[in-house]
Ligand binder design. Structure first.
Ligand code: TYD
Length: 226
């Protein structure tokens, strides 16, 4: 049963929260657009909380530090995939699932698609293989809707270099070809989940991208009967 059916069956008072995720490559503007998405939920009177991956809670934040530490250059690709999956499990069990069960909508900066793309495709571990360890980690929980912010890697990295993003981490230090693979990976994963993943062109100004996200999010919320 999907959330929409659940909403109809249980009525508004026992509505389950929606699980919404934002995805995208480096410099797509995800962090500011998270705030925009939160404003949309707020305006619709939807009770929500925001979180991020890898992290969002103490144990997962510690795992995040290990993964993103720029000095950990010897990290094996499978170790990285398993650490992301471990952080995801803890975050899901400790924070996301309890919120959804209380009827609170969860808006997360990244989730399983990041692993499918970065570890599965860009690192070359295989999307299916990474999906299978993540099915174990998430017990099959997928977001109800995902917004993928699409941007040319050159433009995204230029935004970070111009100081419009956040601090540089280990993955930013990858070559341009890695970031191109990330973009290709997102295209492939979007094709695997066409009804869940909504692609948004993130190449325009912040106002343009924010307006596109608002429109798509509104439409998706309507589809879910919210
Ligand atoms: P973060 O500082 O959150 O950057 P961003 O603003 O791009 O989200 O760093 C998260 C990095 O971790 C980002 O480069 C993507 C990567 N990542 C993976 O490789 N696999 C994953 O499963 C997740 C959640 C993130």
């Amino acid at each position: 049963m999907n959330v929409h059916e659940q909403v109809q069956e249980e009525g508004v008072n026992r509505r389950k929260g929606l699980f919404i995720t934002l995805e995208g490559g480096e410099g797509a503007g995800k962090t500011s657009l998270m705030e925009e998405a939160a404003r949309v939920l707020e305006a619709r009177g939807i009770q929500y909380m925001t979180t991020r991956e890898p992290g969002g809670i103490r144990i997962a934040e510690s795992i995040r530090e290990i993964i993103l530490n720029p000095s950990h250059t010897e990290m094996d690709a499978r170790t990285e995939a398993l650490l992301y999956a471990a952080a995801r499990r803890q975050h899901l069990a400790e924070k996301v699932e309890p919120m959804l069960a209380q009827g609170i909508t969860v808006l997360s900066d990244r989730f399983v698609d990041s692993s499918l793309v970065y570890q599965g495709y860009a690192r070359g571990l295989g999307i299916e293989e990474v999906l299978s360890i993540n099915m174990f980690a998430t017990a099959g929980r997928f977001p109800d809707m995902t917004f993928y912010l699409d941007i040319e890697p050159e433009q995204g990295l230029a935004r970070i270099a111009a100081g419009q993003g956040r601090e540089v981490n280990r993955l930013d230090l990858e070559g341009l070809s890695f970031h191109h693979k990330v973009r290709e990976g997102y295209r492939i994963v979007s094709g695997m989940f066409p009804s869940r993943i909504h692609e948004i062109d993130a190449s325009g100004s912040f106002e343009e991208v924010a307006a596109a996200l608002t429109a798509r999010l509104d439409a998706a919320l309507k589809d879910f009967g919210v």
